[in-house]
Design a binder for this molecule. Sequence first.
Ligand SMILES: NC(=O)c1ccc[n+]([C@@H]2O[C@H](COP(=O)([O-])OP(=O)(O)OC[C@H]3O[C@@H](n4cnc5c(N)ncnc54)[C@H](OP(=O)(O)O)[C@@H]3O)[C@@H](O)[C@H]2O)c1
Length: 241
Amino acid sequence: MSLKDKTVIVIGGSSGFGMATALTAVELGAKVTVTGRDAAKLEQAVSDFATAGHSVAGHVLDAADVDSIAAFFEGVETFDHLVSMAGGFMGGGFLEADFKTIRRAVDEKLFANLQIARHAARKIAEGGSMTFTAGSGGRPHNASGAIIGNDAIRTLVQGLAVELAPKARANAVAPTWTETPLWRDMPASDVEATRKQFSQSIPLGRTAEIEEVSSAYIFLMQCGFITGQTIVVDGGLTLVS
Ligand SMILES: NC(=O)c1ccc[n+]([C@@H]2O[C@H](COP(=O)([O-])OP(=O)(O)OC[C@H]3O[C@@H](n4cnc5c(N)ncnc54)[C@H](OP(=O)(O)O)[C@@H]3O)[C@@H](O)[C@H]2O)c1
C-alpha cells in the first residue's frame, strides 16, 4: 500500500520518532501534517522540513486538552493515516512516586490517545489506519504509571481494531529506551550512562536508531492486513528481562 498522495497526520511530529516518521512519509509522497505542543519548536520543525525541500503543514495541539484535540479534528476533512506520539515518561513505583505524577503518566498515555482516537475515528478514510505509541522494557516498580499507560495502549488498539473494522485499522509501536529529544532535560552524562546500561541488557548489544523505530510506524501504515497489534521494537530486551 503506497503512501503516495495519502494524507498522514503525525501527532507529536516536531521531534524524535514522530519527526522521523513524518520525514519518511513525505519522502514516500504523502501529504503530511505534524503537530506539537510548543509552537516555536513546531515552527522550527516545519522550517527544517522546508529546508530539506518538503512542504509539511504544522498545527499546535496539546493532547492533554480535549478542546485542542476537538478543534484540530474539526478542521480536518478526512485523513488516511494517523500516528500518535502522545505520552511521556516517569520514574518511580506505586508507593514512592508522587500520586499526581502517576496519574499524569496514565492521562498522557491512555486518556489523551483515547480522545485522539475518538475524534479521529469520525474523519478516517476507508483503508486508513491509526498507530499509537506504547513502550517496552520498563517495570512497574520503577515506571508505575507509564507501564499502566503502555499496557493500556495495547488494550486500546485491540478494541479499536474491531470497532474500526472493516473500514480502518489500529496498531501500536512499543519502543524501548532510545536516545531522542525526550531526554533533553537529562544531563548528557546520565543519557550516556543510560544508553550504556541498555546496550548491555539488549541482546542486539546496542540501543535503536530513531529511524529503526520510525520504520515500524511506516510499515504499519503500509501493511493493510495488520490490525490490533503492538510491534515491540526493542532489540530483544523483552525476551531477557
Ligand atoms: N525515547 C524513548 O526512550 C521512548 C521509549 C519508549 C516509549 N517512548 C514514547 O515514544 C513517544 C515519542 O517519544 P520521543 O522519544 O520521540 O520524544 P520527543 O522527541 O520528545 O517527541 C515527542 C513529540 O510529541 C509531542 N508531544 C508530547 N506530548 C504531547 C502531548 N501531550 N500533546 C501533543 N503532542 C505531544 C512533542 O511536542 P512538544 O515537544 O512540543 O511537546 C514532540 O513533537 C512518547 O509517547 C514516548 O513515551 C519513547
